[in-house]
Design a protein around this ligand. Sequence first.
Ligand code: MLT
Length: 404
Amino acid sequence: MFHINENYQKMPGSYLFADIGRKVREFSAANPDKEVIRLGIGDVTLPLAPAVVKEMSQAAEDMGTPEGFKGYPDYEGYEFLRRAIKENDFDPRGVEVGLDEIFVNDGAKSDSADLGEIFSKDCKVAVCDPVYPVYVNSHALAGRAGDYLPEKGEWSNLIYMPCTEANGFVPDLPGETPDLIYLCYPNNPTGGAITREALQRWVDYALKNKACILYDAAYEAYITDPSLPHTIYECEGAKECAIELRSFSKNAGFTGVRLGYSVVPKELKCGDVSLNTLWMKHQEFTFNGVSYPVQRAGAAVYSPEGKDQTAAQVAYYLKNAKAIKEGLEAAGYTVYGAENSPYAWLKVPAGMTSWQFFDKLLTEAAVVGTPGSGFGPHGEGFFRLTGFGTYKNTLAAIERIQKM
Ligand code: MLT
């Protein structure tokens, strides 16, 4: 008789954004006359950049010719894309990343979850609170998180690192020593940023404690402050203690195309075993790579036209985020983030929970956001709005919220 992975039964609900999607569908079915504005999930709205479309189409055409046809792609990604990544994302920052340290994937969400597979079941995991739920969910499903404690909204075996107004949404070093540490900057969901000095403190801490940092830099393109680090490898020693995750979803609008990559440095070792070797094995064992047209589309992001066109998209979403921040501050809200990030993180009115504010916003303004408590207990009392909507809808949403 087969048995299921009982950890699925321990999960308190579905994926946060799936839950929200269901609630919004119910609302729309009951209120067909209301035009809902979605500023919940961080999904982009602008069409793909012309340079990206042209290259993806050309690659698809090429696949239809005997000379251009491609079968299974390389497990780690085509060299042309890994080279473009190295030469554009790392070399200009004086960061040495080898082509064989870059692993192309179908979006950062998959690797955020799958990277856990190369670590021992006994590893103690530390996450920011609030946090992108995928890190927590993947360890819960793998049995590392212990049991869900509904009264606390926490898992018994995780180390939660509160990110609060008081610490500027950058956690203090944890009291209990973790083996794996998840950091995400610019931060999802708080929109906070981390300075180079603060990030170096985390790298030093990880080196001292032989911990591994999983650094999610999916929102790196939104950094506007030139003093902020774009990659953790700008910190000394980071290649010995950190894996970095990147995405094409937010900088180039690939949420529906699916492309990302991870950097797993060769210097990152457990004893004499390099995590780079383990991850290569993982990809060979379980993954057949990303399609050729999508990788060609990714390379086009780094072409001169692609860079200009995608930079304009990022600027558009940042303009939305700024409008949300200024518009809601004018209405009396306290709003964080939205400067080096597409996310605005606002305090819900006193006396309300995040989910109560979600319901109020949906029913009174037909605007969808994400309740902070969905990202963890310290997200309670906060609410996330994204800058990824259209400018028109963003302004309309602000106006509706101001009138509430
Ligand atoms: C977010 O809104 O936090 C992300 O876009 C959701 C995801 O990547 O699944």
